[in-house]
Write a new protein. Structure first.
Length: 347
């Protein structure tokens, strides 16, 4: 059955009304885009910058952090927590949607080892990811992240092909033979937690632990920040070993800590398995996904034993240094973003 035929004709708008409509539309547009809070407190919202797919240099990484803050001033801010040996700022991005009523806090650090380029990239991508898709999570969890804890070493590794595999910071001091020069300290052996038990006392070695606990400004900056703010969860993100997470050494004598770490590691592994990346992680296997770090001046041990963070991991993203290449970079990042978010969701 068909209804009666209806003819709809376009009504002609008289010229005077058209002008009125145009004026109203213009007023509406002004009202929508007007900065809120008055000229002394601009709080405009710009589009979020596109998430970088390439691994950025230090300057571009910092510029990207600043763009995120410009785009979402109500959700994130940058804090400079110190400076590296060569004077580069150590920038922390704080993401929160809790109006200061934060429930849980997470600390995520990347780029402690210079040649592990995917680490700062993945941490930066997590910031983009949380702002793009998960403001809800930020209502429950305040995320503090330092994508690049070793900016001097990273800059050297990124800019000089013959130094690409540099690992340590750029501390100066006596090298082998008594000559002064850059010997570099392995920042992940320099934390003030059973410092002398791990790493090397030889400045020429890759794992040189430094002249004393927390001798390095990068490490002191993190320790001071974690002394000021109490965290519920922490990650130290690396590459260069089979994909796995390491719990702090002290969970061996802490049954409840062990259970808590096992539970969170299982959530992360499940998230990783849901992605296609494990086939390209290289080496190792999921059966040994959760391991225990060695006791010594590693960040993860400091987090747990000294800073009172109840759940903390060293993350190994996979067996590669530098840039894993166009074919693998994005799959690896997506897989680990899923794992990081699974852990943050469980807080
Ligand atoms: Zn590392």
């Amino acid at each position: 059955m068909t209804g009666p035929e209806v003819t709809v004709r376009r009504q002609r708008v008289p010229p005077r009304d058209r002008i009125l409509l145009a004026v109203l539309a213009a007023l509406l547009a002004v009202a929508v885009f007007l900065p809120r809070g008055g000229p002394e407190a601009p709080s405009y919202v710009a589009p979020l910058p596109a998430a970088p797919t390439e691994i950025l240099d230090l300057e571009d990484l910092h510029a990207d952090l600043e763009e995120l803050v410009r785009a979402r001033p109500g959700l994130c801010r940058i804090e400079t927590i110190g400076h590296s040996v060569e004077g580069r700022p150590l920038e922390v991005l704080v993401l929160t949607n809790t109006d200061g009523r934060s429930r849980r806090r997470a600390w995520i650090q990347g780029g402690i080892h210079a040649r592990e380029w995917l680490s700062p990239h993945a941490v930066l991508r997590l910031a983009h990811d949380l702002l793009e898709t998960d403001e809800g999570l930020l209502e429950r969890v305040e995320v503090h992240m330092i994508p690049l804890l070793n900016p001097d070493g990273f800059t050297l590794s990124k800019s000089k092909t013959q130094k690409a595999l540099w690992r340590k910071n750029r501390a100066r001091g006596p090298r082998a033979g008594g000559l002064q020069g850059v010997m570099g300290v392995d920042l992940n052996r320099n934390f003030d937690c059973e410092w002398a038990r791990l790493g090397s006392e030889n400045p020429g070695r890759e794992t040189y632990r430094g002249p004393g606990p927390a001798s390095e400004p990068e490490v002191r900056a993190v320790q001071a920040y974690l002394g000021r703010i109490r965290f519920d969860f922490a990650l130290d993100v690396h590459t260069g070993a089979p994909y796995q997470v390491h719990a702090p050494a002290a969970v061996k004598r802490d049954a409840r800590g062990r259970t808590r770490h096992r539970r969170t590691a299982e959530l992360m592994l499940k998230a990783l398995r849901g992605s296609r990346a494990p086939s390209i992680f290289g080496g190792g296997g999921s059966s040994r996904f959760l391991r225990t770090a060695s006791a010594g001046g590693q960040a993860v041990n400091y987090f747990f034993e000294k800073a009172g963070v109840p759940t903390a991991f060293t993350v190994e993203m996979g067996s590669f240094f530098l840039d894993p290449g166009d074919a693998h970079r994005e799959a690896l990042v997506q897989a680990w973003l899923n794992a990081f978010r699974a852990a943050l969701d469980s807080l």
